[in-house]
Design a protein around this ligand. Structure first.
Ligand code: NDP
Length: 493
């Protein structure tokens, strides 16, 4: 064997050659193991620390690298540098995920799917933390933790509870739109490549002249939307619990790079006040007829991770990561998420998680943040405070994110302002009646009945019937019949 082909000598993490990966150091062949076998001790110690905390939500995910390319001039709406000219490409990393299941859960269990994107732009990292649904279950961050608790394991039994899920949903009518999508076959996508991704939240854009717009992002799969039926998804749980991960990996490995078309809905800033739906309510969409989607770019994922832990697990996405030309909106769920995501990564990965290669910006960093556990980016002799007279970096007020004004008002706890057509059931009703095909509607009923049938108390089931009757009386009747109640139960509900 030539030197080139010989495997390298194993070492410990200090680079010291390992004498054995097979035998511990003992007093004679049958004697006790000695504590100063530091190769063995450090191997055990590191192994004990191999896992970082699992994400509380979106624990199981899959990721891929790729790029975003601008295909239409958007400078009339935003000054974001990475969107500044047609043809401009920005490297990206995308992570798709299950929401409620743990790291080892099966890929095809009914759940929304996370659709998190990181754009390594020349003005810093831009993250969009979306889902494969254009809406969400709740509209105020105060309800988020309770909602998630209802989806996760119960305190006493350690089991997930369909009763808890329906209990929370039926007591929170704003969930009806998202639950309609979740209970449709879109709740069991056939592939990450075959689902759309949505910002869901409304964001703001500002152009070079300072003019502002409200926007929503829709990433439409070029592969086409495809979903499993309930029976197919259930069968796949045992056949291949990693089915979605494998599908994405295999497609990219085979050179069949998946692609999404970015369509934007763009609302003039002044429209928000009088729009028929509150445009910041995350449980609502903007109907396409009101704000027709405009295609502005494409996202292509063409490279698998080299290391799952380093790239997929250690990636940290946060909606607070906004670049000049792009801002937030007065969406109260978004406000909570702006705090929550960065905070959870500080806990899960550490104070300097943004220095890890997967999270590190691909542009210069001149921050006054310093030190902390595991830091390895240092500013050298740069002054450690601002202002200073020693040539330290200076803030640039022209880079302020777009914002909005509010009238002086009493600080308090308020519901969203109601706009003319606001109602929790009007949009799921439109989805059920006007968008779904007869087959979609049949599958919706089958999926609801299967989910709310077993292990859900009679009291909660009665509310389930009422909930779907509010969406559509005929749907409520079909659910009632499926759950073994007379159809009259629906009209009485
Ligand atoms: P449109 O007829 O213009 O659009 C309906 C959209 O619904 C389609 O473009 C498609 O969006 C999506 N869709 C199709 N089948 C399903 C399904 N089985 N489950 C979930 N979504 C589906 O109508 P409107 O814009 O007036 O919206 C009507 C209803 O459609 C809304 O109340 C909402 O429930 C739903 N919808 C609307 C979206 C929007 O942003 N306006 C986005 C998604 C759903 P896509 O191509 O994005 O999948």
């Amino acid at each position: 064997m030539t030197d080139d082909l010989r495997p390298p000598t194993a070492t410990n993490d200090s680079g010291i050659p390992t004498p054995s990966d097979e035998f511990s150091l003992t007093v004679g062949p049958g004697g006790p193991t000695v504590l100063h076998d530091h190769h063995l001790v450090q191997k055990i110690q590191h192994f004990n620390r191999e896992r970082i905390p699992e994400r509380v939500v979106h624990a199981k995910g899959s990721g891929a690298h790729g790029f975003f390319e601008v295909t239409a001039d958007v400078t009339e709406w935003t000054s974001a540098s990475f969107l500044s000219e047609v043809g401009k490409r920005t490297p990206m990393f995308a992570r798709f995920s299950q929401v409620a299941g743990e790291l080892g859960s099966a890929d095809t269990v009914r759940d929304p799917r996370g659709f998190a994107l990181k754009f390594y732009t020349d003005e810093g990292n831009y993250d969009l933390v979306g889902n494969n649904t254009p809406t969400f279950f709740v509209r105020d961050a105060s309800k988020f933790e309770d909602f998630i608790h209802s989806q996760k394991r119960m305190a006493d039994t350690g089991m997930r509870s369909n009763d808890a899920q329906w209990d929370f949903w039926t007591l929170s009518p704003e969930t009806a739109h998202q639950v309609t999508i979740l209970m449709s076959d879109r709740g069991t996508p056939r592939a990450y490549r075959r689902m759309n991704g949505y910002s869901s939240h409304t964001y703001s854009w500002k152009n070079a002249g300072g003019e502002r717009f409200w926007v929503k992002y829709h990433f439409k799969t070029v592969q086409g939307v495809e979903n499993f039926t309930l029976a197919e998804a259930d069968a796949m749980v045992s056949e291949d619990p990693d089915f979605l991960r494998r599908d994405l990996w295999d497609a990219i490995a085979a050179g069949d790079a998946p692609e999404w078309r970015l369509e934007m809905q763009i609302m003039p800033f002044e429209d928000a006040a009088d729009y028929r739906f509150n445009p910041f309510d995350l449980t609502k969409v903007w109907p396409h007829a009101d704000y027709p989607p405009i295609t502005i770019g494409r996202m292509v994922l063409d490279r698998n991770p080299a290391n799952h832990f380093a790239e997929v697990e250690q990636s940290g996405f946060a909606p607070a990561r906004l670049v000049p030309g792009i801002g937030l909106s007065p969406d109260k769920m978004l406000m909570g998420r702006v705090f929550s995501y960065h905070d959870t990564h500080l806990h899960r990965i550490g104070a300097n998680y943004e220095q890890l290669p997967i999270n590190a910006p691909q542009c210069p960093v001149h921050s006054y943040n310093k030190d902390g556990a595991m830091t390895y980016r240092h500013a050298g002799a740069q002054p450690v405070y601002s202002p200073n007279s020693y040539g330290g970096p200076r803030a640039d007020p022209s880079k302020e994110l777009p914002s909005w004004s509010v009238e002086a008002a009493e600080i308090g706890r308020y519901a969203y302002e109601k706009h003319a057509d606001d109602d929790d059931f009007v949009q799921p009703r439109a989805l059920y009646r006007d968008v779904m095909t007869p087959t979609d509607r049949d599958h919706l009923v089958t999926n609801i009945v299967a989910h709310a049938g077993d292990r859900v108390s009679a009291d909660v089931q009665r509310r389930v019937i009422e909930y779907w009757t509010n969406v559509d009386a005929e749907l409520g009747g079909r659910v009632a019949a499926g759950l073994g109640y007379s159809e009259a139960a629906a009209s009485a509900a």
